[in-house]
Design a protein around this ligand. Structure first.
Ligand SMILES: Nc1ncnc2c1ncn2[C@@H]1O[C@H](COP(=O)(O)OP(=O)(O)OP(=O)(O)O)[C@@H](O)[C@H]1O
Length: 695
């Protein structure tokens, strides 16, 4: 029985067409299953580059371009274009099977052939070629075929490669781009979703290749499916996955697995598809967890658009990690009495004074969290031996003994008064789960993993038994914006051999991405697995405007500048709800919100649910995991980003100082990379030192 596939580019473009044309496309192919090839009236072309490419009438003005295989019965709709354009496109293009990964690729053969002599002329005047350092056999091994290789050999600049994106076969373009960006052939292989065990493919069998390319071709199951795809609006991420996303979402793992990648590379999307697959295939309950309640709500919303039935949805619990801790705690002990931060600091201060130890309450509170709780230290001896990496200020044995007295008294006081902190609730919940025979979950999926504390990781580990497909972790340490630096190994999670990295950014323009990444150049960030994370090869498909940077003399002028910018976006047709305003502090955010309100701009607060479709003002921290068409990052001034209060003075603790600076840099990076199309960054007085590398 004939099968129909729809190419991703075709579907993307089809959604820009009028509803009636879309319906007509669905009608033309609706009887496809029963139709014979002849019944479909596929027209052969006389001057086609590829004899397998045919056209089909949609209506008076529109034609479809279809790939009809030599053998097999999978027909793929490649394009829907106005009549003449459809013929031109069909004549110029060729479909091939990538020899390295067995997937189909489409190229504009005419354009490649026309470009080669021009490039060769330019190259005569340039001493060096772009791929001089890469041999033909390496290129061939990575699936670069003869025609693309001939083209690549004439390149002298990466801009020439960028300009060729529209006509080179997509995976081969990705391969060349990765190599040009300094990735090793092994990294490129992983990046294009190359299998660990190499396979050989029949490059003539297009039908088999189409089936092997779910990230590019959607195979529809029947007329009803087809109608649904063409008649409803849809989001691409629900249908097409990058090969690495697809592999990670669908693989069977022997233990914990992890997906990393820069901002907007689709880690959350991979996590959502994995949750879907487990909900469909497994008998056990799935937990999808993240760091904050805002992010959990976003996950819940997206998951419900991915899972079709109520029954499937019931198999996945979406809770942020503190919510899980509280649920487990409350089921055993009832509601905990939580100590406020100022109350906690007052207790530390009181005990430190009484015991005459020369440490500030802030230092004591951090020492307790980062060393004692993070490493589950329970005795003076264990504290004496505890690693204090990341706590720059060295402590001798006498000081440690003294400090332990203070910490012990603090913990006693909490116990005596039945008081808890978020961390101790989490630790108690872990204890409850570890003591119970039954685990609440069969699978746990963690998003925004970079900010989980060791205590939260232990809770995650305790919520699911060691088993196949037990844990799936998505995160990016470049977006770590809180204090903990967990090592997965140290919390008993071994991901070796089960890790992959995404590098194609689907959210942000190349300009915003490159600008934001430049803020991180030279900054070394761990990968939570005893290595260093790198940013090589991160790229975006789309181009747009450069970020706008604006300095103002006064705070008031900066607010006026913000209002002007928001107004300009609104006037250009951007919906209010597609605009985000990010400030480092709550106070500045509130000031901006009030200012915009006075200008009669519809505005709401990210932290509070309010009426829909308003400009969303929030903190940079609150922007984590979200995205907006336009972002204004405000107050990015010398004394505001980073704020002095968030940075440990260098004379107090050199290492903590460096960590604090890095975290603050990441906070700004996270805020800026939320922008899909336009980024505006402003300050008054002097700009933030983090902008020095990008201004
Ligand atoms: N395969 C895909 N096809 C089309 N769009 C995609 C795909 N994967 C992700 N996207 C889109 O890219 C954007 C970013 O995706 P996602 O939130 O999953 O990235 P992320 O890596 O988790 O980002 P961050 O770490 O910055 O929060 C979203 O708009 C998402 O819909």
């Amino acid at each position: 029985m004939a099968k129909l596939g729809i190419d991703m580019d075709c579907l993307k473009e089809a959604f820009r067409l009028d509803g009636p044309v879309r319906s007509r496309i669905a009608d033309v192919f609706a009887k496809f299953e029963q139709a014979t090839y002849a019944g479909l009236h596929l027209e052969k072309l006389n001057n086609a580059r590829d004899g397998r490419i045919r056209t089909i009438r949609i209506d008076q003005s529109w034609r479809g371009v279809v790939l009809a295989p030599d053998s097999g019965d999978t027909y793929t709709l490649l394009k829907v274009l106005p009549h003449d354009e459809a013929y031109r496109w069909a004549e110029r293009h060729r479909v091939s099977v990538n020899g390295a990964n067995g997937r189909i690729e489409i190229r504009d053969s005419d354009a490649i052939e026309a470009a080669i002599p021009k490039l060769a002329r330019e190259a005569q005047e340039t001493p060096q070629r772009l791929f001089e350092h890469v041999s033909d056999s390496v290129l061939a091994n990575l699936g670069v075929d003869e025609q693309t290789c001939a083209f690549a050999r004439e390149l002298t600049r990466v801009e020439q490669l960028e300009a060729a994106k529209t006509f080179l076969p997509a995976t081969q373009w990705d391969t060349l781009f990765g190599l040009a960006a300094g990735m090793t052939p092994e990294e490129v292989w992983a990046d294009i979703g190359g299998a660990v065990e190499r396979e050989s493919y029949d490059t003539e069998d297009v039908s088999a290749a189409v089936e092997r390319t779910p990230e590019r071709v959607l195979l529809v199951n029947g007329p009803a499916d087809l109608m649904q795809v063409f008649r409803q609006s849809f989001e691409l991420w629900r249908i097409y996955l990058h090969p690495v996303q697809y592999q990670m979402a669908h693989a069977a793992f022997r233990g914990p697995a992890r997906i990393t990648g820069g901002p907007g590379t689709g880690k959350t999307v991979a996590a959502l598809h994995r949750a879907r697959l487990l909900a469909l295939q497994s008998q056990g309950q799935v937990l999808l967890t993240t760091f904050t309640s805002t992010l959990a709500s976003a996950l819940r919303r997206d998951l419900s658009s991915l899972l079709e039935s109520e029954d499937e949805l019931l198999r996945v619990d979406v809770h942020h990690i503190d919510q899980l801790a509280y649920q487990v705690f409350q089921a055993s002990h009832g509601r905990p009495a939580i100590l406020r931060k100022d109350e906690e600091l007052a207790i530390w201060q009181r005990i430190a004074k009484r015991q005459k130890v020369p440490f500030t309450e802030a230092f004591l509170a951090e020492e307790w969290r980062q060393v004692v709780l993070a490493q589950s230290v329970a005795s003076a001896g264990a504290y004496l031996a505890a690693k204090r990496a990341g706590r720059g200020r060295g402590l001798g044995p006498r000081q440690r003994a003294q400090l332990w007295e203070v910490i012990w008294e603090f913990e006693q006081e909490l116990r005596l008064h039945g008081q808890w902190t978020h961390e101790t609730v989490c630790i108690e919940a872990t204890k409850i789960l570890n003591e119970s025979e039954d685990k609440p979950y069969r699978h746990v999926i963690v998003d925004e993993a970079q900010d989980f504390s060791p205590m939260q990781w232990r809770l995650v580990r305790a919520a699911v038994a060691d088993d196949t497909d037990d844990l799936f972790i998505a995160g990016d340490t470049h977006q770590r914006i809180y204090n903990y630096r967990s090592s997965l190994r140290e919390v008993g999670i071994d991901i070796s051999g089960r890790s992959a990295r995404l590098s194609l950014n689907y959210r942000t323009t190349a300009e915003i991405l490159a600008w934001s990444l430049a803020m991180l150049v030279g900054v070394q960030i761990d990968d939570m697995n005893d290595g260093i994370e790198n940013i090589a090869g991160y790229r975006s498909q789309v181009h747009g405007e450069m970020p706008l940077l604006r300095g103002f003399p006064t705070r008031f002028d900066e607010m006026e500048g913000l209002a002007r910018q928001v107004r300009a976006w609104l006037d250009a047709g951007v919906e209010p709800g597609e605009i985000g305003v990010a400030a480092r502090s709550d106070m500045l955010g509130k000031e901006a919100k009030d200012f915009l309100e006075r200008q009669e701009i519809p505005v709401g607060s990210l932290a509070q649910a309010g009426p829909a479709n308003r400009v969303q003002v929030g903190t940079m921290h609150g922007m984590k995991g979200l995205e907006f068409r336009c972002i204004a990052a405000i107050g990015v001034g010398e004394h505001q980003v980073p704020p002095a209060t968030a940075i440990t003075p260098v004379e107090e603790d050199e290492l903590a100082h460096a960590h604090d600076l890095q975290r603050e840099r990441c906070v700004l990076f996270v805020a800026c990379t939320r922008a899909r199309e336009q980024l505006y960054v402003s300050w008054h007085g002097s700009p933030s030192p983090f902008l020095s590398s990008v201004r």
